[in-house]
Design a protein around this ligand. Sequence first.
Ligand code: FAD
Ligand code: NAI
Length: 466
Amino acid sequence: MAQYDVVIIGGGPGGYNGAIRAGQLGLKTAIVEGRGKLGGTCLNVGCMPSKALLHASEMFEAASGGEFAKLGIEVKPKLNLVQMMAQKAESVEALTKGVEFLMKKNKVDYIKGWGRIDGPGRVVVKGEDGAETVLETKNIVIATGSEPTPLPGVTVDNKRIVDSTGALSLPEAPKSLIVVGAGVIGLELGSVWKRLGAEVTVVEFLDRILPGTDTEVANAFQKILGKQGFKFKLASKVTGATASAKGVKLSVEPVAGGPAETLEADYVLVAIGRRPFTQGLGLETVGVVPDKRGMIANDHFKTTAPGVWVVGDVTSGPMLAHKAEDEGVACMELIAGKAGHVNYDIIPGVIYTKPEVATVGKTEEDLKAAGVAYKVGKFPFLANSRAKINHETDGFVKVLADAKTDRILGAHAVGPNVGDMIAEICVAMEFGGSSEDVARTCHPHPTRSEAFRQAAMGVEGWTMQA
Ligand code: FAD
Ligand code: NAI
């Protein structure tokens, strides 16, 4: 019987990054994955395929929507959806193979099949052929991720009514698409199909988009999406759906009460959040009890059962790949007797639309609620020379700093490439940096990163270029 220091159940960003770190630290490690490929939701049906389609559809729109013509490039693009999907699948395949290579490189055993905890220190893996393998281990790490939250009354068939996985592989570019949920998935995948020709209507329960995001940024972003042609039905609830071979009829009512209406579309995407996935995991055999949503609580990645740890979407915190990755790494460091740690105050969030949205740290609403005195520095992309020259002037950067100490407490932006640039603020915050530190750091010109510098200057009132 195989004996391990660590058996990780789930091969997503939490599991596979943890496995790499465990291998580096000399722990005898196995990773168990049931879907037949490593990489989890992120590589197979999440981050990576969605970014592949966001990139391709952005190119298509630039070519067909007037942006190329404005630059003096005249083309008549034709959508080849089969090729667009094929290049997505090729990239995903290469990435999952890359993770498999990294397992070998770090001497991690990749065990294919669905894992089940079978009492302390035992994991039973059921392979595709039904055969069971027993693994004995000092530590079990649960990294089983999450799945889409179902919407009562609306059955996802992944034909006409799809979840994010279905929306990544539609067989045609719809003429009309209704997205239920104005969250990250709805706005990213809504953008993909909008750029490829769909009329997109977003139905959201709350009276705003992107709950939890800095309100000023979310409102500005909604206006920009509105200009792009997105329609929003806020404060509205979906009460039922009927799908036919041709499309979907959706019953929608105002949350505050009032007459119901029927919306019709070729396809409906349900994206109202994700919930932890723990099905068939045998948690009862070690006495771990998940909460009502299926979430397994942790204390420094430890569950209530000795030797059983948990990381990623299946535990508390934002459901993001980089958060899962950091937890996987820190968890293995703790198992190896080192000082693993995740700073939950500095986990950035990015929405990869055009323009992008990027946030880190506290929002203005958080600071007001906590009674913290803060200063704000803001800078519009309209005044950033590189953005201007590239005709990408929508959006702004906002830096929030402590009114007394000037320590950066958060940064929120909507604009071109802000998803890459927010990392600068994350580093500054990790070092306990002040707005002045960013403001006095020489930034390359002409780059969009100067907008972050100018916003930081604004905290002390000396923004120069606006
Ligand atoms: P997962 O990636 O869900 O991996 C868990 C794995 O465990 C799965 O492969 C599953 O098959 C396996 N598993 C479950 N139970 C068992 C079992 N019993 N035995 C064996 N294997 C099992 N996040 C970002 O940060 N950036 C993005 O751009 C982004 N885009 C996204 C786009 C979409 C459409 C979606 C749906 C999600 C996106 N996310 C993004 C979220 C991101 O995918 C998740 O936060 C991340 O994958 C969580 O990693 P994880 O390792 O916790 O779980
Ligand atoms: P989400 O939590 O981002 O948004 C769900 C939205 O649906 C919210 O606005 C919510 O108010 C709304 N909603 C909830 N119930 C509703 C109902 N009954 N009717 C109408 N609206 C309703 O969830 P989403 O978009 O499904 O994404 C799931 C997770 O995946 C997120 O936690 C996100 O972190 C992750 N993800 C991250 C990405 C990124 O980092 N770029 C991209 C895609 C997903």
